[in-house]
Write a protein that binds this ligand. Structure first.
Ligand code: FAD
Length: 755
């Protein structure tokens, strides 16, 4: 959550979690800027650190050692983290177009989206070669490549196109790792031929002669065939064709050539260099659009051209953060001159490396240790984050807001509570006007009408089921939060076997100037509306007010045939218990608040919270469910107790079968639990064998409060396996049979935990 309580005046949006933006996030986290809302849009939640990637491929490091987790870093910075890909940029409207969400608005924008080897210019390269970037996709390709090499009985021929530092280092890392894997598999006799192909007359252009000579010797000693002055003109399945007539048969082709820029930039009108990179001046500000900054590979610094290298992206982080801050405060950006000479440390596959700077070069295991120390220190800087207290952000710094914004802000002090806290009707109608809720014949008066309330028809023979839920935002992404809040509310209807019909929204938006309120409301309701519409549920009205924190809830109404109504009572001895989604959202969100959850754990939890329980409810009903509920705030045990009491049965719950979200066990093992956990724990009195079960590491998770949790159903024993298979086929991959129902006259209405 953004702990910046000052009204929001400006949006700074960072696109890409590259080497420069991690520094910006850290610096904004260390010194918050009240009134500025920081958002980072990242395609990958784990930002790869280029210096350690060859070490990852060579097998010297694990994934987490070579990546910066943007989740905790963004939280530290008080930034909203949107896991998405920017696919377009509307400079006139100051909006970023994303692959999976409505446009995101900015006042100030910074691009640090890196580059990728250019496969577009050589026919066949995109189809038959593996580009080394995006790195995360390369890591997946690499694992498949290694499996293919291990499976080939007659050996393999591997070619790397591009003999810059990246190509040479990657080839040596691949060679080192494959040799180790073949030895492990007892295939020492398998032959692997390595080829390095470059259009330049020497390897490592831009490096000094000593470093080049050292690498030339090393490549020869390791049996790598180097093809100089060979320009690849076509790639076909299993071969490279070069301009000079060379045809090189290869089983695997890795593409590490000149970096190319994101194609969408060409459509934007931003000034670009001849290769499509964003032209910036020596303040890192676009030469055509001063409200756009760029750093790292994607930037072309006109005044000081430098090679595309992580070193420069890292160095630009500090001046970029300073200049973004200055621009937000209405001050001119400062010039930055990158160093001309820089230290390169290139690993040689084994735990050795070559250092080069100016015209000297040094080689050996000590150089590797030095590089390893520098690299690990870099990662630590962004993963070992200092604990911060909430900022006193009551006053806006001078220069942040213009005159009109200050006038608007002056009205804040006199803003009313009660009905006066409602968001103005213009803001509401503009934000909601862009939504297109589903239209249903049984909604007589809905969102579009000016009446005081909505009116809906209940068809004859149907029952109407009502429920309401409301909670504070737990992530800084209104679009995703809107989706989850709607999904959570609909869960009650699905658990009763009802078809969602209509919903009323209640939203609280953090204080902000009108423009920001409108955008926030639109993002929030666009997310909610997408989920409601997918469930066929009409948004028929609502109420929006301002408050300290973002919050959203829905009163939802559903229709159900009387004989299809599912209730908590009705469990029968012999039934088996099915849970449709994994547990753990409570502890994971608590860990996220403390900056201690990995980004990919939270991503997994969000994916689970976004999954609708609609298809699961139909499936459970088709398989004769006797009783059902959705697992939410009271945790699995709390909701289970609500089922067994009115059913008058006992339950045996198998802890080992409980489906758990990734990271949930780690978090509870570290004692991180939701603030609701102590209240939920009181229900342990329903457990018959507390002495035995409490020792299990899974035990705390039966009390973990869930957001948009799964359905818990009691299914006739003989149909349970078929029901589980059907749920998994519907996409509930983690659904599980977790217990059995019995009459247990000696322990009525109790839960026995089985380890
Ligand atoms: C094999 C290899 C080894 C290398 N070794 C070194 C080395 O040892 N030292 C060195 O200095 N350089 C090295 N480099 C070069 C280095 O990788 C790049 O120069 C560096 O990564 C550029 O950093 P960056 O911050 O500009 O972008 P990146 O580090 O590429 O980060 C960009 C980020 O933006 C995100 N992104 C991209 N597009 C979008 C989008 N449209 N929307 C949202 N997010 C997006 C990506 O997810 C990515 O995390 C190596 C390169 C290769 C290929």
């Amino acid at each position: 959550m953004n702990d910046n309580q000052a009204p929001i005046v400006k949006d700074l949006v960072l696109v890409g979690g590259g080497h420069s933006h991690v520094a910006v996030l850290k610096r904004f986290g260390m010194k918050k800027l009240p009134g500025v809302r920081l958002t980072v849009i990242a395609r990958d939640l784990d930002a790869a650190y280029s210096g350690m990637l060859p070490g990852l491929i060579a097998g010297h490091y694990g994934f987490d050692q070579t990546h910066i987790d943007l989740g905790p870093l963004a939280r530290f910075a008080g930034a909203r983290l949107y896991h998405d890909e920017v696919v377009g940029l509307d400079l006139a409207g100051k909006r970023l177009l994303c692959a999976n969400r409505p446009p995101v608005r900015y006042e100030l924008l910074s691009l640090n989206i890196g580059s990728a080897p250019n496969t577009a210019d050589v026919p066949g390269a995109a189809e038959h070669a593996i580009p080394v970037k995006p790195i995360d996709r390369f890591v997946t390709h690499w694992e498949a490549l290694a499996r293919r090499v291990l499976a080939r009985p007659d050996g393999s021929r591997i070619g790397v196109v591009g003999a810059g530092a990246g190509g040479v280092e990657l080839l040596l890392a691949v060679r080192h790792r494959l040799a180790a894997l073949l030895t492990e598999a007892g295939r020492t006799a398998a032959r692997v031929d390595y080829h390095l192909v470059t259009e330049t007359p020497a390897i490592l252009p831009g490096f000094n002669a000593r470093a080049r000579a050292k690498f030339t010797r090393l490549l020869a000693a390791r049996g790598v065939t180097v093809h100089l002055s060979e320009r690849v003109t076509r790639v076909v399945a299993g071969a490279l064709q070069c301009a000079g007539g060379l045809v090189l048969p290869l089983d695997e082709i890795l593409w590490v050539t000149m970096a190319g820029a994101a194609p969408f930039l060409r459509e934007t009108g931003l000034a670009l260099d001849a290769h499509g990179f964003v032209l910036v001046d020596d303040t890192l500000q676009s030469v055509s659009h001063p409200d756009v900054f760029a750093a790292g590979d994607i930037a072309a610094v006109g005044a000081h051209p430098r090679p595309k290298s992580g070193v420069f992206a890292v160095r630009q982080g500090r001046p970029l953060a300073a200049n973004l801050r200055r621009r937000l405060l209405g001050k001119p950006a400062r010039r930055f001159r990158p160093q001309r000479k820089f230290l390169s440390l290139i690993s040689t596959g084994d735990k050795s490396a070559i250092a080069a700077r100016g015209d000297w070069a040094l080689e050996g295991a000590l150089v590797w240790r030095w590089k390893d120390w520098i690299d690990r220190r870099f990662i630590r800087k962004y993963t070992d984050l200092p604990a911060m207290t909430a900022d006193d952000a009551a006053r806006l710094p001078a220069g942040l807001a213009d005159r009109q914004q200050r006038q608007e802000l002056a009205a804040f002090a006199m803003r009313c509570g009660g009905c006066g806290a409602k968001v103005g009707s213009d803001v509401l109608s503009r934000a909601l006007g862009a939504l297109a809720p589903v239209v249903r014949d049984d909604v007589l008066i809905g969102l579009g009408a000016l009446d005081d309330a909505a009116a809906v028809v209940v068809p004859p023979g149907k029952l109407m089921v009502h429920s309401v839920d409301y909670f504070r935002a737990f992530i800084d992404d209104p679009y995703i939060f809107g989706q989850i809040a709607a999904n959570h509310s609909l869960g009650d209807l699905f658990a009763m076997g009802a078809e969602p019909q209509s919903a009323l929204a209640i939203a609280t938006l953090p204080y902000a100037i009108e423009d920001k309120l409108e955008d926030q409301l639109f993002q929030l309701m666009a997310g909610a509306s997408a989920v409601l519409s997918a469930a066929g549920c009409a948004l028929v009205g609502g109420h929006t007010g301002e408050g300290a924190e973002l919050a959203l809830g829905f009163a939802v109404n559903g229709l159900v045939d009387r004989d299809r109504l599912l209730r908590k009572a009705g469990m029968q001895p012999g039934d088996r218990l099915i849970l449709t989604k994994p547990l753990g959202t409570g502890t994971l969100l608590a860990a996220d608040m403390r900056h201690q959850a990995k980004g990919r754990w939270i991503d997994g939890a969000l994916a689970a919270m976004l999954q609708s329980s609609g298809p699961a409810a139909d499936c459970l009903i088709r398989h004769g469910a006797h009783a059902c509920t959705d697992v939410t705030g009271f945790g699995l045990l709390g909701h289970l107790v609500e089922m067994i009491k009115p059913s008058g049965v006992a339950v045996e719950l198998a802890l080992g079968t409980l489906p758990l979200l990734d990271g949930a066990l780690d978090c509870v093992a570290r004692g991180i639990v939701s603030s609701l956990q102590p209240a939920n724990l009181r229900l342990r009195r329903a457990i018959a064998n507390l002495d035995v079960a409490a020792a299990s590491p899974v035990y705390p998770l039966i009390f973990d409060p869930q957001t948009a949790g799964g359905l818990l159903a009691s299914i006739p024993g003989e149909r349970a396996d078929a029901c589980l298979a059907a749920l998994r086929a519907l996409g509930y991959q983690r659904a599980a049979l977790i217990g059995t129902v019995s009459s247990q006259p000696d322990r009525p209405e109790s839960v026995t935990l089985v380890l």
